[in-house]
Design a protein around this ligand. Structure first.
Ligand SMILES: C[S@@+](CC[C@H](N)C(=O)[O-])C[C@H]1O[C@@H](n2cnc3c(N)ncnc32)[C@H](O)[C@@H]1O
Length: 123
């Protein structure tokens, strides 16, 4: 997802920064390899981290205009991740692939993809 989004961003001449957070070292290696072949690699950061506890401010030293978290994690992990985001930001967006964020139900917008639903929340 991050690699396709970064390619689209480059085509549209946007300066969007992408940060992938992964906890599994094997998957991290694959992410680092794939980054090497992405034409927009300078705007992609790959980071080891635990989404439940990490301090997201540590990921960038530049001011951020708008912040979108793209989540593709199991339903039993989503709420812990969203709680951590809420502790750190008042305004943010979430895009969750496949799984809804039950605690944000009132703000939910759904889009049907080819195979799965994508859930969006603007907080
Ligand atoms: C359903 S897979 C999605 C894989 C990949 N991110 C993608 O979008 O295709 C969920 C991923 O979340 C990672 N994960 C699970 N708990 C995590 C946590 N606390 N912090 C960061 N990543 C986590 C897993 O290692 C796994 O790679």
């Amino acid at each position: 997802m991050i690699f396709e989004a970064a390619k689209e961003s480059l085509k549209k001449k946007l300066s969007t920064k992408f940060v992938a957070v992964e906890i599994n070292p094997v998957l991290l290696c694959i992410l680092f390899m794939r980054r090497l072949f992405n034409p927009n690699r300078n705007n992609i950061q790959i980071t080891y981290g635990d989404m439940f506890t990490m301090n997201f401010n540590s990921l960038t030293h530049e001011p951020v205009n708008s912040l979108t978290f793209y989540l593709y994690i199991s339903p039993w992990h989503i709420e812990k991740t969203v709680s951590n985001i809420k502790r750190q930001y008042k305004r943010f967006s979430i895009v969750s692939y496949m799984y809804p964020v039950k605690s944000l139900l009132k703000k939910e917008k759904k889009t049907e993809g080819n195979k799965h639903t994508v859930y969006m929340y603007n907080i």
